[in-house]
Design a protein around this ligand. Structure first.
Ligand code: UDP
Length: 328
């Protein structure tokens, strides 16, 4: 019996694979390596380079490895890119996920865990945002993930697949043991950008918007350590295996930090007072998104270990240093 991890060579997926192997699981990774890296796949997992939409390949993998569960990370994740290329996002995230879900059903896979996003909530009216609050995505990225949520729910209901949908808040940090981390070039996420600036890979960075209705005028986000996030998947899988009902759950810590607080933390942890400019708002940024995480905690017993912004930043910095050495 194996677990098929799609996108297992990517940022979050590569952390998941380490966690699963440590838990004694047999792991098959399916990744087309467009944004992932072969070196990021832990030794001990089988890497198959291919596409989740290749139903002949996926069907063969499910049968050959007796795949019991699929953890589906593969997809496109850049919100502004989804605005300029919506059809690409609906293809990659929605259409291709449909093909994968169909293979799961046909192949008799028991459990399916899907990486969804807080972007399905759009601009929440209140925080913390709960799973049953209004769903109003404001980007093609959020819509493309929401459509997959709906397909998965309907297919699971019709065909007896058990599922977990996890809506990620702001994922950051890196493997505490330094084996993998966020490695994408041209990353746009705040902690990654700030860490690159601290290490001199960028001359300066911008704060996008300083007049939001928040305590210091900059946006609030719920930053979650990537290792805590992947542990939530492992806990959820254990819950589903015990016969737990299918579920949709937020993955965040339930507290927010402002952009300025994050930058301050990166300066403090790195010891570098890098250049920061106050800039215009970035289109589409909600003022605040913070998770209500009661459901995942109550359901699966998930207990975060790295709920500390300095620790998250410290691990991100350590990985960035390693990555710079790797590239030189
Ligand atoms: N942000 C910023 N400067 C940057 C990158 C991000 O001020 O160089 C802000 C962004 O406007 C948002 C917050 O940081 O308010 C988190 O953005 P990120 O892209 O990390 O994640 P998002 O919440 O958009 O998924």
């Amino acid at each position: 019996m194996a677990i098929l991890v799609t996108g297992g060579a990517g940022y979050i997926g590569s952390h998941m694979v380490h966690g699963l192997l440590a838990g004694g699981e047999q792991v098959v990774v399916l990744d087309n390596l467009t944004t992932g890296f072969e070196w990021a796949v832990a030794q001990g997992a089988k890497l198959v380079v291919g596409d989740i939409a290749d139903q002949a390949l996926v069907g063969k993998l499910i049968a050959e490895h007796h795949v019991e569960a699929i953890i589906h990370f593969a997809g496109s994740i850049v919100v502004p890119e989804s605005v300029s290329d919506p059809l690409g996002y609906y293809k990659n995230n929605t259409v291709n996920s449909r093909a994968l879900i169909e293979c799961a059903v046909k192949g008799g896979v028991k459990h399916f865990i899907f990486s969804s996003t807080a972007a399905v909530y759009g601009n929440p009216e209140k925080v913390p945002v709960g799973e049953d609050d209004p769903i109003l995505p404001v980007s093609p990225y959020g819509s493309s993930k929401l459509m997959t949520e709906i397909m998965l729910r309907d297919a699971a209901f019709a065909h007896g697949l058990s599922y977990g949908i996890l809506r990620y808040f702001n994922v950051a940090g890196a493997d505490p043991q330094g084996r993998t981390g966020q490695s994408t070039k041209g990353a746009t996420h705040l902690i990654k950008v700030a860490v690159e600036t601290a290490l001199g890979r960028r001359a300066r960075m911008d704060v996008f918007g300083t007049n939001y209705p928040t305590p210091d005028g900059t946006c609030l986000r719920d930053y979650i350590h990537v290792t805590d996030l992947t542990q939530a998947h492992a806990d959820l899988l254990a819950y589903l295996r015990k016969g737990g009902a299918s579920v949709t759950a937020n993955c965040g810590y339930g507290r927010g930090f402002s952009v300025l607080e994050v930058i301050q933390t990166v300066k403090k942890v790195s010891g570098v007072d890098f250049k920061v400019e106050m800039s215009e708002r970035r289109p589409g940024d909600p003022a605040q998104i913070i998770a209500s995480s009661d459901r995942i905690r109550a359901l699966s017993g998930w207990k975060p270990q790295y709920d500390d912004l300095s620790v998250i930043v410290g691990h991100a910095l350590a990985w960035e240093r390693k990555l710079m050495a790797k590239r030189n």
